[in-house]
Design a protein around this ligand. Structure first.
Ligand SMILES: Nc1ncnc2c1ncn2[C@@H]1O[C@H](COP(=O)(O)OP(=O)(O)OP(=O)(O)O)[C@@H](O)[C@H]1O
Ligand SMILES: [Mg+2]
Length: 489
């Protein structure tokens, strides 16, 4: 009897201390035991409920179901404390197959499942917030983080610039970095030096910088330093007075004066000779210069953007370029990567140029085969984007098809191997039955080099002669138009 008493105490203790809600109902429906948690689900106290009939609560129906079927029943009730639905399970207590009562308990499976779901969502949110915080820390300005940061680093840490650079296609990391620099440079007054091989889009970037700058309503004046003989460069840049030298029949404004309140773009700055370099340095230092043959000096408000496809840093070391001018020019350096270092941009560029030439030529080309695209991607592109643009134009002009196939591309794309040999290429371009005067070959060669490379310097490099010789030959054969012939912007 004593052990029965102590068993009752133990049972009561278990019921009361159980974290889960528990309720023991006698076979006649009377509540024999109930713990706090269960009582609170029913919205009453333990004391109120002990001895009460379960039929007077919201569990009446479920209780009846268990009595009738001797099977477990489940019901969802409105939890009084939280207002949330609470799942209750009611299990029959059978003694020798006779129903002695019912145990009701809060079914935690559903709660656990719900909690697990919320935990999963919370974890995902935490991961997202952690990543966001990391990206924010890496990309946003924060006083501690950026102390000691260089101007260059500061500029890179910016957003992609707006529409002024829309014509510059590319999404590779190197391009985005260059565009971010250019976008920030546009907002500053400092001199910009754009470096990159021929055809990488230096002029596009220079034009974009002007367009995105507060000077966009002022003039954008271009000067190709390589295209002008050294003796004429000074008067091109600074102008001259009437009679300043033989041939100066009237006064002429220089590019610096024309660019007042705007931007001057000095292309191929690496070709400028040392004496002109020191004159340019003076303009960069105090914005003043004299027209050739004039007495007084002129002050202008001009922003200088320069470009070069030469390694000016190396030229500084060998004494071909003034170091002080180099440092002045490259306050904000922008490096444009060659196309073969950003092959992921080739499909984007192909797509862009196809659409562009469709519009220009009234064509309806819809796309390009995978094999043709693969060939374009694998090509080395010594002439960079200019060469790619030329090829797409050529193909667009020549094809009558809707889709461009590998066979529509120039032969070196589908016979990659046979094209590897320089000898084969040169041999193929000469018709052996008839030999023409040497000058005609020379003209064709110079034209082909200019067409492919677009600048005197690059063409000269490919031909193994000086840019001056190329410029002179281009003049002789009337090929001046082939410089940047493909520049459409
Ligand atoms: N990223 C680009 N997106 C679209 N077009 C481009 C891009 N880069 C270059 N081009 C096009 O390629 C041609 C050559 O570009 P650009 O004249 O700007 O090159 P460059 O670097 O100045 O070459 P060079 O050193 O020979 O003067 C232009 O027709 C230009 O529109
Ligand atoms: Mg250029």
């Amino acid at each position: 009897m004593k052990s029965l008493e102590s068993l009752k105490v133990v049972l009561e203790h278990i019921i009361q201390t159980n974290y889960d809600g528990l309720c023991v109902i006698a076979g006649d429906g009377r509540i024999a035991q109930i713990n706090d948690r269960f009582a609170s689900v029913l919205g009453r106290t333990q004391v109120e409920l002990i001895g009460q009939n379960i039929e007077d609560t919201c569990l009446a129906q479920a209780f009846q179901q268990v009595i009738m079927s001797s099977q477990k029943a489940a019901v969802s009730i409105q939890g009084n404390a939280s207002g949330e639905p609470v799942d209750i399970a009611l299990v029959p207590m059978l003694l020798d197959d006779i129903l002695a009562g019912v145990v009701a308990y809060v079914d935690c499976d559903a709660i656990v499942q719900e909690l697990t779901e919320s935990l999963k969502v919370a974890q995902q949110k935490a991961v997202y917030l952690e990543q966001k915080l990391r990206i924010d820390q890496e990309t946003r300005w924060h006083p501690d983080r950026y102390i000691g940061e260089t101007l260059e680093q500061k500029l890179v840490r910016t957003l992609k610039p707006g529409s002024a650079f829309d014509a510059f296609i590319g999404l590779s990391p190197k391009v985005l970095e260059a565009l971010a620099m250019a976008g920030k440079a546009a907002q500053a007054q400092s001199t910009v030096l754009i470096c990159g091989k021929s055809g990488t889009g230096k002029e596009l970037i220079a034009a974009g910088i002007h367009k995105a700058s507060p000077r966009c309503h002022g003039p954008f004046i271009k000067l190709n330093c390589a295209a002008i003989p050294a003796t004429l460069l000074e008067s091109e840049l600074f102008g001259h007075e009437k009679g300043a030298f033989t041939g100066a029949i009237k006064k002429k404004l220089g590019k610096f004066e024309l660019a007042d309140q705007g931007t001057i773009f000095l292309d191929e700055i690496g070709e400028m000779d040392l004496s002109m370099q020191s004159k340019l340095l003076r303009v960069l230092q105090d914005c003043t210069f004299e027209r050739v043959g004039a007495e007084g000096s002129i002050k202008v408000n001009v922003r200088v953007v320069a470009a070069t496809n030469r390694n000016v840093e190396q030229m500084v070391k060998t004494g071909q370029f003034r170091d002080d001018l180099y440092y002045r020019l490259s306050v904000i350096p922008i490096h444009l990567p060659p196309l073969n270092e950003r092959k992921e941009d080739i499909p984007l560029l192909v797509d862009y140029f196809l659409k562009y030439f469709n519009q220009q030529l009234g064509k309806q080309i819809k796309g390009i085969s995978q094999a043709a695209m693969d060939a374009l991607v694998h090509y080395e592109w010594p002439g960079n984007v200019r060469e790619l643009k030329n090829i797409i134009e050529r193909v667009a002009v020549l094809t009558d098809e809707i889709y461009i196939e590998l066979c529509d591309l120039p032969s070196c794309f589908h016979h990659a191997k046979s094209c590897d040999s320089e000898e084969v290429k040169i041999y193929g371009s000469i018709v052996r039955e008839k030999i023409f005067p040497l000058e005609q070959y020379e003209k064709q060669i110079i034209k082909a080099a200019l067409e492919k490379h677009g600048s005197y310097t690059a063409a000269a490099k490919a031909l193994g002669i000086t840019h001056k010789t190329v410029a002179a030959k281009a003049q002789k054969y009337g090929l001046m138009d082939w410089i940047n012939r493909w520049t459409l912007f």
